[in-house]
Structures are given as C-alpha cells and as structure tokens.
Design a protein around this ligand. Structure first.
Ligand SMILES: C[S@@+](CC[C@H](N)C(=O)[O-])C[C@H]1O[C@@H](n2cnc3c(N)ncnc32)[C@H](O)[C@@H]1O
Length: 311
C-alpha cells in the first residue's frame, strides 16, 4: 500500500490529519498527565531501561511528540531536565505547549519538523524517544540515521507503542466484534448512535477525519525494529512486546464507545472499561510478557544505545 503513495503524500496526510485531531486528541485517547499517565509511561520505559531510568536524562528529544504524553510525563517525574519536542503537526505542538504550561513545566521547547530531517547539530541529546510514531514514518532508515546522528555517544533511543504485525492482525477480531455488537450495546445503555458518518463529519467541518486510515503505514515484527536500529549503528538493541489481553479488551470497548454519542456513554461504563484495561495490563505484564514471544503482543518497545567512541 505504501509503495502506491509518495512519501510526500504520506507526510502531508499525517500533517493534516493530526492538525485536525489535536484539539480532541487527549480526550479521545484518554491521555493523562496525572499519576496514572505518569505511571503508565514510566512503566513502559522501565521495561526497556530497568534501573538505568532512575539516573534520568539531562537533555532529551521527542519525535512525533503529539500532545506530549510520553516526554511531558517523564519530565514531570523529574527524569528529563531539558526537553525538545518535535512533530510534523503544528496543531499537536500547540496542544503540547498548552499541556506543558498547565503542568508548570519549564525547559520545554517545540520545533515543527519531520522526524526524518532533524534540524539539530550532531550529538545534541542524551535520549531520543517517541511513542506511537514510527509506524507513521515513510523512510525509517533515514529517520534512524537521524536519531543516531543527534545522539551523544552512549545516548539512548527509546520507542514504545508501535503496532506489531501479528498483534495488529489479532486485534481485528475484537474490533469486528465491537462493530457487530454495537447496536445491541447502545440499546442496553440507551445511547444514541454517533451522528453522521466519518466522511459526512469531514465534509461538514472541513476536517480530515476520513484520512485516518491513510496515516498508519507500518506494522512491525520485532526483527524489523531490531534491524532498523542495528543498521543505523545502534548497539545493545532490545525489542520487547507488551499488552495482549488488555489490548483485546481495550479495542473491543473503544469500538463500542466510538459508535455512540459521547455524552450518552455513562461514567460507570467508562470507569469499568478503564479499570478493566489496567487490570488486564497488569496480568499481561506479570503472566504473559515474561513467557511469550514479543511478536504476539500488540505493542512493541525498542531501545538501543549510540556506541561510545571506544565501542
Ligand atoms: C499516534 S500520534 C502519537 C503522538 C504522541 N507521541 C502520543 O503518544 O500521544 C503520532 C504523531 O506523530 C506525528 N507524525 C506523523 N508523521 C510524522 C513525521 N513524518 N515526522 C514527525 N512527526 C510525525 C503526528 O503528527 C502525531 O503527532
């Protein structure tokens, strides 16, 4: 599918889609900058870095930072001193600046740029990170070369929230089940269907919601990610997988909720869906992740180290 569209087109669609998505992004994806959100982000990064995380990072760069979910939470936890957040979408960066101000975080700067062409000198950062961004980038070899270039020797890359190919395929079942059961679920809750189709909403508001299907251009196997990192010269490359049951549960509930007028979805349902997700996430982390291969989980996480000169 990717081969049929030019890289320029993919970047343009990503920019327009995320500019429109920015104002409701945090609400749609339940992005939180309180204790829960911080716990989620720290948990993911700790899976990759272990106790190394506690030393923190003086100077970090996030690519595809969106509204700041990953790096603002790490900064709020005191693990980043100086933070540069980049994104191809100015709408997203405006939302990020708003979030940083609301959290009282200083030392955050934003730069609108493509992750494949970073306007920073060589060896500028101790950490390059991203969450749910690699699967949007048309030229991943170029992007990883840039990550390596801007990292100081010994610096880390940390990426999380990337869809795995197998996990993505398996997630189609709960998504389909939600589509089939949505009318019954809405009737049981007395919820009205969401007004208008996606295309009608896009036309009505002059928005680009209809482009959603076009922005997700990759799903990965663990070896894909490992190869990309190694080809760019990273050492100590590790790929992990996370979330299986939590993910099926999450996609099913999200599918149901997305079919209804948001004000008709009762609070008790939202609480059940959120707490159930957290519970299953813990079960995945304790029982399944240590025993099953990364490839079958929904999300992949990657870390690697820019070699020291003596490496
Ligand atoms: C799924 S969102 C994730 C946002 C944020 N990292 C988070 O986890 O909430 C993907 C982000 O990547 C950005 N993006 C897409 N293509 C990009 C590119 N070529 N260069 C930089 N950012 C890009 C989008 O604008 C969007 O903010």
């Amino acid at each position: 599918m990717q081969a049929l569209r030019s890289h320029e087109h993919i970047r343009d669609v990503n920019t327009r889609y995320h500019d429109v998505a920015a104002t409701t992004y945090d609400e749609k994806w339940g992005i939180d900058f309180g204790e829960t959100g911080r716990g989620q982000v720290l948990g993911k990064v700790r899976k990759l870095l272990g106790p190394e995380l506690d030393a923190g990072f003086p100077c970090a760069l996030e690519v595809g930072a969106g509204t700041g979910y990953f790096s603002l939470n790490l900064m709020a936890a005191g693990l980043i001193d100086d933070l540069t957040c980049t994104d191809i979408s100015t709408g997203m960066l405006e939302a990020l600046e708003h979030n940083a101000a609301r959290l009282g975080l200083t030392g955050v700067s934003t730069v609108q740029t493509d992750a494949e062409a970073l306007p920073f000198p060589d060896e500028s950062f101790d950490l390059v990170l991203g969450h749910a961004v690699l699967h949007h980038l048309p030229d991943l070899d170029r992007a990883f070369t840039e990550f390596r270039r801007v990292l100081r020797p010994g610096g880390r890359i940390v990426f999380a929230g990337e869809p795995s190919r197998l996990g993505d395929r398996a997630a189609r079942a709960p998504k389909r089940a939600a589509r089939v059961l949505a009318p019954l679920w809405r009737r049981a809750l007395g919820a009205a269907p969401l007004a208008g189709s996606v295309e009608a909403t896009a036309l009505e508001h002059g928005t680009d919601h209809a482009l959603e299907a076009e922005v997700d251009i990759h799903a990965f196997s663990p070896t894909d990610l490992e190869r990309l990192a190694r080809a760019a010269g990273f050492s100590a490359v590790t790929v992990r997988g996370e979330e299986l049951l939590a993910n099926w549960f999450g996609w099913f509930n999200r599918g149901l909720e997305a079919s209804a007028a948001p004000q008709d979805v009762p609070l008790w349902w939202r609480r059940y869906a959120f707490r159930g997700y957290l519970l299953l996430q813990r079960l995945d982390g304790r029982a399944l992740e240590p025993r099953l291969p990364p490839a079958i989980f929904y999300n992949l996480l990657l870390t690697g180290r820019a070699p020291l000169e003596r490496d």
